[in-house]
Design a binder for this molecule. Structure first.
Ligand code: C2O
Ligand code: CU
Length: 441
């Protein structure tokens, strides 16, 4: 191409605006039953999958572009797909009965997502969720930054746990009294990307972006990499405002963190284990094997920080207008219901907010169970825990509210529509712990 042609091309692209803003990518996701081989069983396990994969396909789009997803439901029951954490048009949020009709067996639905935030997100059904997620329907959705950093590797670990029976099949009773009286359904086989204790390999000197996503129905993870230091660079799909070391970070269902893991130059031949330390008995999740080779030069990376994203000061003089009391009652479709202000979904205590007006909400846990509370379509800031100022260097879309704990959050509704708000322990949500925040223009 000669220079004048080149200039013409640049000018035209300039006139069209940012070229990639027009880019559109499309993919298919088909929900269907397939067989998955877990280790230590002779037979394969029937699971529900997207495109036959456990977990579902890793979706990668670029910020500023549009992703079109043609979903087809080949299950024997209705379904939908929700794009956890993504700020998108409300009609694409994937919540049957709120933003769309359920997608019936044999039917299709086209999701069109404008990707406005770069980061680590995920997707899962929002229909009969305690069963559909548990049977395997979930996947990771990465929105790439417009400026690529030279990470040595970009690892995506979807953390999950499965409740398998002796014959390798999925324990077929859902929303049991046991699940509901406790913290939901905890499994007996922890997996990373559907594999039990997978081994990952790295070279000495590498700097790895490790994305952790808790896709379990109920289990809470607190990951720890023995012998390596890791820095948290993003939480729930947003860069942090200040980096901090991974130390006892609690990833409840729905939460994500992005880590900057540095492999020292002298550790060739060593293997590091990644453990969960949330429960009293630590167990191995995965391992990182450093091959005994010459060290590579650590890449030069400056992960972005979100220095100005809804600063805590915005909420200084805002009154709390809504407190949601979280507790259990007798009743509901399973005999035990989980309530927000004594009410069960869909007869919920809902709120209506004005677009652009800062809001404060208190999640007050009057029970002795765990409730990771999630709000669709926003990033919020934790302001207080039990009335004491909380300083978190990041925003979230899901926050764990511990037994008898009360958590005050602040956020600015920036997208109109009806946004679901619920406990991300799927069994608690299914038993009523859901409501909506309606944002009016
Ligand atoms: Cu992952 Cu309604 O949420
Ligand atoms: Cu809960």
């Amino acid at each position: 191409m000669n220079t004048s042609k080149m200039i013409m091309l640049i000018l035209t692209l300039g006139l069209l605006g940012y070229a990639s803003a027009y880019a559109e990518q499309s993919i298919h996701l088909q929900a269907k039953e397939v067989y998955h081989q877990f280790p230590f069983f002779d037979t394969k396990t029937p699971v529900w999958s997207y495109n036959g994969q456990i977990p579902g396909p890793l979706i990668r789009g670029k910020v500023g572009t549009t992703m079109v997803i043609d979903f087809s439901n080949r299950l024997k029951e209705p379904s939908s797909i929700h794009w956890h954490g993504l700020r998108i048009e409300n009609a694409m949020d994937g919540v049957p009965g709120v933003t769309q009709d359920p997608v019936e067996p044999g039917e299709n639905f086209r999701y069109r997502l404008k990707l406005e935030d770069a980061g680590t997100f995920w997707y899962h059904p929002h229909f009969n969720s305690s069963e559909q997620l548990e049977r395997g329907l979930k996947g990771v959705f990465i929105v790439e930054e417009s400026e690529r950093q030279p990470w040595s590797q970009d690892w995506v670990w979807l953390m999950d746990d499965w409740l398998l029976q002796k014959d390798g099949t999925i324990y077929p009773h859902f929303n049991t009294g046991r699940d509901l009286m406790h913290d939901g359904r905890w499994g007996n086989v922890p997996t990373i990307n559907g594999k039990f204790r997978p081994e990952y390999t790295a070279k000495p000197g590498e700097r790895i972006r490790l994305r952790l996503i808790n896709g379990a129905n109920a289990r809470i993870f607190s990951p720890h990499i023995k012998g390596l230091s890791a820095t948290v660079i993003a939480v729930d799909g947003r860069p942090v405002t200040k980096f901090f070391t991974l130390d006892k970070f609690v990833l409840s269902p729905g939460n994500r963190i992005d880590l900057d893991v540095r492999i020292p130059e002298q550790v060739g031949g060593k293997t590091f284990t990644v453990e969960d330390r949330f429960t009293r008995r630590a167990f191995q999740l995965a391992s990182i094997k450093v091959i005994p080779s010459e060290a590579v030069k650590p890449p030069d990376i400056t992960p972005p920080t979100a220095t100005d994203f809804i600063p805590a000061q915005v909420f200084k003089n805002i009154k709390v207008e809504k407190t949601w009391d979280l507790n259990a009652i007798r009743g509901g479709k399973f005999g035990i219901g989980w309530t927000m202000n004594q009410r069960l979904w869909p007869d919920a205590d809902k709120v209506v907010y004005q677009l652009g007006t800062p809001q404060k909400i208190i999640f007050k846990n009057s029970s002795s169970r765990l409730h990771p509370m999630h709000i669709h379509g926003v990033f919020f800031r934790v302001l207080e825990r039990n009335g004491i100022e909380a300083i978190e260097q990041f925003t979230r879309d899901t926050v764990l509210v511990g037994p008898r704990e009360s958590v005050t959050i602040g956020f600015v509704p920036e997208h109109s529509g009806i946004w679901l708000t619920h406990c991300h322990i799927q069994e608690h949500a299914e038993a009523g712990m859901m409501t909506t925040i309606k944002v009016k223009k």
